[in-house]
Design a protein around this ligand. Structure first.
Ligand SMILES: *[C@@H]1O[C@H](CO)[C@@H](O)[C@H](O)[C@H]1NC(C)=O
Ligand SMILES: *[C@@H]1O[C@H](CO)[C@@H](O)[C@H](O)[C@H]1NC(C)=O
Length: 258
């Protein structure tokens, strides 16, 4: 809830002169809200140190294992896009302190080996193979920004043409050429082969996509619950102290209203 408050506040601050008082309007700091509490220095620069101290103090105990949500999917499969955009990403935004996401783009694709290299055949054609590969390389090259970039692509009208602007938006320091050299080179080929191995090692084997695993496990019951309310499922699977987002408990914190 707190991170969300900060984000909302940032939007209000960025669109309102009031926030800056009488001085020249300028951005409050050069970091996105997701990084404001990463270090004390950033928190001070972004003028949110008080909020970050509280946020840090109310964080779940890192000793309690996070719920790992695995998604086996294809970049152009409508059902996969719907689940990623409308369930997985929003749930992660709210519950990232208690959950990790593992994305494996491959799904019902097929691979064949040709002289040390792999060739891929995708259910929704070559474009889908491209999308799978771009997303795989984005995960390999960008770190924290990978999921927002993939969400940005999957929520766009054209997944492939959104890739470059989405990268620019969330990882401005990463060059598109870096992603492309992975996509076209041996690294991408090897990473996609690893996606194939991971997908083909699923137990039970996947029968469709999107195929969801929770802490590495897939059952029909978990899949149904994930599809209808992933948020509730993650809250219920988390063994540590439940965060306020799960319980609805009120916390009297020093909210950062602008
Ligand atoms: C929040 O906690 C992390 C990890 O314990 C620490 O590295 C970071 O500096 C803290 N942030 C602030 C603003 O105190
Ligand atoms: C990226 O891929 C290379 C080649 O497979 C691997 O060595 C490296 O660990 C990967 N990096 C990340 C962050 O996954």
């Amino acid at each position: 809830m707190k991170a969300y408050t900060l984000i909302v506040c940032a939007i209000i601050c960025l669109t309102s002169e009031k926030c800056y008082g009488k001085s020249k309007p300028k951005p409050s700091c050069q970091y996105p809200p997701s990084q404001w509490c990463k270090t004390l220095e950033i928190a001070i620069e972004c003028k949110v140190q008080k909020q970050c101290l509280e946020l840090n103090a109310t964080k779940p105990d890192p000793a309690d294992p996070k719920v790992v949500v695995g998604l086996y999917y294809e970049s152009l499969c409508p059902g996969c896009r719907g689940f990623l955009v409308r369930q997985l990403f929003p749930t992660w935004v709210m519950l990232m302190d208690i959950m990790d996401v593992e994305l494996v783009p491959f799904g019902n694709a097929q691979e064949q080996q040709h002289g040390g290299k792999y060739e891929f055949l995708c259910q929704h054609g070559d474009e889908e193979c491209q999308g799978n590969m771009i997303e795989t390389c984005i995960m390999n090259v960008t770190e924290d920004a990978a999921f927002p970039i993939i969400f940005c692509m999957e929520s766009s009208s054209n997944v492939l043409s959104a890739a470059q602007p989405c990268l620019q938006l969330y990882a401005p320091s990463v060059k598109w050429e870096t992603i492309m050299s992975c996509v076209k080179g041996d690294v991408g080929n090897k990473l996609m082969h690893m996606n194939a191995l991971k997908t083909n090692a699923l137990k039970p084997p996947h029968e469709y996509v999107p195929w969801v695993t929770i802490n590495g496990e897939h059952t029909e019951d978990l899949q149904d619950k994930a599809m209808s309310s992933l948020f509730s499922l993650v809250c219920s699977m988390y063994k540590g102290g439940k965060p306020p987002a799960c319980t609805g408990a009120l916390k009297k914190l020093d909210r950062s209203y602008c």
